[in-house]
Write a protein that binds this ligand. Structure first.
Ligand code: FRU
Length: 491
């Protein structure tokens, strides 16, 4: 990659494979992440999109439909096998989403502490064009019985608890047992919302069964919830080290290069005291003599040390996927970004892609990029991952003007692109389809499924497919199965 004038060269990443059990952690460096701003057009009209079209999600219309007027939904996932194939069950497509009640007296921005996992379903095998405009998802209700998920906290004092993201596995494709991996969140807060104690995040599992007849889909079980992992403070930062730590969003899979093992990726932070000035020259990642390199001390003193995300890895040590052991992180983003959320492993043409979502607001001082999905490619699960697209990592961002103040979804900057927070929590599905939820379009808040888009994934590049749907926008919540469960006899 020839450096853009005024910007550094990205770090050299070989994509070389290491054993998943090795201690090598790849770095998303400052030199890499600065390639995002390098590709931003400094001369666009204020509030336009300054990023290349190829890495921008097309504009979502402001008259988007609600998925369901009685429920806000955000992070959404599908019913998958060990290889991220999406299964329908007895002719029904099923999705899982974090949800909250729009009529309970709190705002959309306060939804997180009230999050419950719910499920939705619709008939499989109907083209998006023949569905209702909102995708036609039927709300099935909360997935777990009331009071079940709080039990993983035992006697820990809490003021409330929530169910945060994860993934759902169909354990055998000729059966109906499912395992839900999710994040149990416990809060102990004053009425004003200040932490009395740091939030407690426990990556948890619960098993249940899916059922369906001609008219509906339902679940049984999910009464017993098992805590699987809490941060160790060695690889993964604890709440005691940083009350703003991230530890969540488990995604499990089998790796064809390491058969017989089940792995989990998740969102973590690099262990250590909050803000410790311990980023290294390797985290900056500049080539020797780069005239656009930064000085390490200057970076350490810039506030960038508060942003140290990682993508964690764990391996299951029993066949029921109840015992897990931490492995060193796959990627760190020290002094680059504080949140690498909802990571997933996506294998295509022998290449291993790690996709993760992140925010403009969580980039470290001196680094900028849009809200969206970021990606990295290597030759195996643990690799010297190369950030996609010019070495930047940006795969698909919201239309954003990086020359203008960010604002936020809850307090927009009037000069910023009114779609800078249009969608979030992108999940890359088979065939490059990408689903997400709508946050804010032209000031209208969402809590609904976004139009599905499609990216072309090839080697170290991705590109939005503008021939998909209408100018690149497919159906709202078009989340199709690519596999039918073997039980299905047809309606
Ligand atoms: C991403 C996210 C997840 C978390 C959930 C909480 O949108 O931050 O990391 O599980 O939202 O609502």
């Amino acid at each position: 990659v020839t450096p853009v004038p005024g910007f550094p060269a990205p770090t050299t990443h070989t994509q070389q494979v290491y054993s998943p059990f090795d201690t090598f952690t790849s770095r998303w460096t400052r030199a890499d992440a600065r390639q995002i701003k390098a590709r931003s057009d400094p001369n666009v009209a204020v509030g336009a999109n300054s990023m290349p079209t190829s890495v921008t999600m097309p504009d979502i219309p402001a008259d988007f439909p609600q998925t369901n007027p009685d429920v806000w939904l955000w992070d959404t996932w599908t019913l998958i096998d060990a290889h991220a194939n999406q299964f329908s069950y007895n002719g029904w497509e099923v999705i899982f989403a974090l949800t909250a009640d729009p009529n309970a007296g709190y705002t959309f921005d306060d939804r997180h502490v009230h999050a419950r996992i719910s499920y939705f379903y619709r008939r499989a095998g109907i083209p998006a064009s023949a569905r209702p405009r909102n995708g036609g998802w039927i709300y099935g209700g909360h997935l777990f019985p009331d009071g079940a998920s709080v039990k993983v906290f035992g006697s820990t004092p809490l003021t409330n608890n929530a169910e945060w993201s994860g993934s759902t596995r169909l354990l055998k494709t000729d059966g109906n047992e499912v395992a839900v991996f999710y994040t149990a969140l416990g809060f102990n807060r004053t009425a004003e919302g200040a932490n009395i104690a740091p939030p407690v995040a426990i990556i948890s599992k619960t098993n249940g069964r899916i059922h369906a007849d001609l008219n509906h889909v339902w679940f049984t079980g999910f009464n017993n919830h098992t805590g699987l992992l809490q941060p160790d403070g060695t690889y993964y930062q604890t709440g005691q080290q940083n009350e703003f730590y991230s530890f969540r969003d488990p995604f499990t899979f089998e790796d064809p290069q390491n058969p017989g093992q089940t792995f989990m990726v998740f969102e973590g932070n690099t262990a250590g005291e909050r803000g410790a000035k311990d980023c290294t020259a390797a985290d900056l990642g500049y080539q020797a003599g780069d005239p656009n390199a930064e000085d390490l001390d200057t970076v350490q003193n810039s506030g960038a040390t508060y942003q140290k995300a990682n993508i964690g890895l764990a391996v299951s040590t029993d066949s029921s996927l109840t015992q897990w052991r931490f492995l060193p992180p796959l990627i760190s983003a020290n002094c680059v970004n504080d949140q690498t959320e909802r990571p997933q492993v996506y294998i295509k043409d022998g290449k291993y892609y790690l996709f993760t979502i992140s925010h403009r607001s969580t980039f470290a001082a001196g680094i900028d990029g849009p809200d969206g999905v970021y990606g990295f490619v290597g030759n195996g699960l643990r690799s010297d991952f190369e950030p996609l697209n010019w070495g930047s990592g940006l795969a698909l961002g919201n239309p954003t003007d990086l020359n203008t103040a960010a604002g936020s979804d809850f307090d927009p900057d009037p000069q910023q692109n009114p779609r800078a927070f249009q969608a979030y929590s992108h999940y890359v599905m088979p065939n490059g389809l990408v689903e997400s939820f709508i946050d804010t379009v032209e000031g209208r808040r969402g809590g609904a499924l976004a139009p599905t888009v499609k990216i072309q994934i090839s080697d170290a590049t991705t590109q939005i497919d503008l021939s998909y749907g209408q100018n690149g926008l497919g159906g709202y919540g078009n989340i199709p199965a690519n596999r039918y469960d073997l039980d299905w006899q047809g309606f």
